[in-house]
Write a protein that binds this ligand. Sequence first.
Ligand SMILES: Cc1cc2nc3c(=O)[nH]c(=O)nc-3n(C[C@H](O)[C@H](O)[C@H](O)COP(=O)(O)OP(=O)(O)OC[C@H]3O[C@@H](n4cnc5c(N)ncnc54)[C@H](O)[C@@H]3O)c2cc1C
Length: 390
Amino acid sequence: MPNDHGQHAARDWAGLPEEEFRLTVRAVLAELLDDHVERWERDGSVPREVWTRLGSLGLLGMGLAADWGGAGADLSRSVAWLTELGRTGYGGFRTAIAVHGYMATRYLSECAERELQDKYLRPSVTGAKIAALAISEPYAGSNLAALTTQAVLEGDAYVISGVKKAVVNGTIADYFVLACRTSTASSSARTGMSLLVVDAALPGISVSPQPTLGWRSAGIATVRFDRVAVPASQLIGRPGGGFFQLVYGLQYERLVAAAAALGGVEFCLELLAHRLRTWRVQDRRLADFQAVRHRYAVLATEAAAARELVARASRGFDSSQLPVAECSMAKAFTTELASRAADAFLQLHGSDGYDEDSVGARLLRDSRAATIAAGPTEVMYDLIAGALLD
Ligand SMILES: Cc1cc2nc3c(=O)[nH]c(=O)nc-3n(C[C@H](O)[C@H](O)[C@H](O)COP(=O)(O)OP(=O)(O)OC[C@H]3O[C@@H](n4cnc5c(N)ncnc54)[C@H](O)[C@@H]3O)c2cc1C
């Protein structure tokens, strides 16, 4: 609810009934994005005051425990929040917040020592520090085992050299959760990889904005590390534990990506329904043409299926088994559906949809990012087949 100053205050987000939660955060986001978000898209990142505003509302720590100022909510509440972020219709904004709140910080909350958690998680929940996750490299994306960024122990510091690409929030981050090799070349890919927290202001780090087709406000960057020294105490968990931390964390990332993409699909289909009911050709509503009705009906059916897949993947984290197939199915199906829905949206807006600054063009550009980021669809199918057949 807005307070006397017309602003929304922090709430007990975990305690609200789901529908009330959704409607409240929807209003908060609508007010926050309003006519500002187009500027963020042009500027290439979400400005710092938006992070601190979301932090003051308690919305950056939805997935984190109360120990660090988080909402202490269960995973289904995070799924609802991510879906609402997706429903804003801005893939860059939703991804910037999701990477910060659910991907980068997740490794700290799950695997780091208490001291490191205190240093980074609290300010991440308030928005005082912005997080990025730096895993992918120019020649190592879907194949994690090919990572070459090295962190060599010299005295009590790791000295890091390497290049990371496509880093969301890279242009504005205060710290990176970085995947690198910490052991000798003779170690296997599995045992030689570690995660380090690296302050972005350290000497030797250079950040270059990486212009992308979509997700334009996500601050995507290429980040170079040239003999960057970080204290050994910045290691997340134990040396060499990175591969297994990532194998677990990436499943979670895929659920997060799927929930956010689902919100994008809901936004797209809602606007499309309005278009079909109101736009007239040959003196009929678009919604009166069978070819159009069926196209919409198929997408709506698939959206209902996507909702179930996302919910199933979320429930999967309650079991002792890592829900690899469930997360991969949810991610592949929902992100591919978002592309099909955006394609239909653009097509059914005719030449208006093809204008560079149209909603349809943005939806299409943004949807193409999600079928690649956090693991391409083909890799999802490999993982599903592996879980079901091998
Ligand atoms: C918009 C965006 C944001 C991103 N954000 C981040 C981020 O914040 N941090 C980060 O570390 N990384 C990020 N990434 C990187 C992302 O994780 C990688 O792009 C992804 O893992 C694929 O790696 P790659 O780009 O090197 O493609 P490659 O691994 O070279 O693969 C290229 C293509 O080959 C095909 N392919 C790959 N594997 C298989 C297979 N097994 N079977 C069949 N076909 C296959 C797929 O079509 C794939 O797209 C982002 C990417 C994008 C596009």
